[in-house]
Design a protein. Structure first.
Length: 133
């Protein structure tokens, strides 16, 4: 795999971590705080952070790999948008609908999770497309 691929993986990892922090630690923090013991406490979270890093690294690699295997000779923006929408359906929408089915999450919180995380994945798709023109 070439240098551009690995640079894209690093960029995607940074975006995943950044968007994840913005969405879940900032925008949705009040929603999560209202849910009490449904999530790990602030004291427990650092112990599990390596799992978060591993998950984001694996997702970044898979995201870039899938994009590079399926890209076509078309404008980068349109391809990135298309890929971002497809990835959001697979990574975000399906995941949070499943969580909603098995966890006592308020529908409004789930809608925010889907909207905010989908926007992040769409932006990531556009960035990865531009990096891999």
């Amino acid at each position: 795999m070439e240098k551009r691929f690995w640079m894209s993986v690093v960029a995607t990892f940074v975006m995943l971590m950044g968007f994840g922090f913005l969405v879940h630690a900032v925008l949705l923090a009040p929603d999560y705080a209202a849910l009490g013991g449904l999530f790990r406490s602030q004291e427990e979270q650092p112990k599990y952070f390596p799992f978060m890093l591993a998950a984001h690294l694996i997702a970044a690699f898979a995201f870039v790999w899938m994009y590079t295997k399926g890209k076509e000779n078309k404008p980068a923006f349109a391809q990135g948008l298309r890929f971002g929408l497809a990835a959001a359906a697979l990574m975000i929408v399906a995941k949070f609908l499943i969580y909603y089915a098995v966890q006592p999450m308020p529908g409004v919180t789930v809608a925010k999770q889907i909207l905010f995380d989908s926007l992040g994945v769409i932006v990531m798709g556009i960035v990865v497309a531009h990096l891999n023109r």
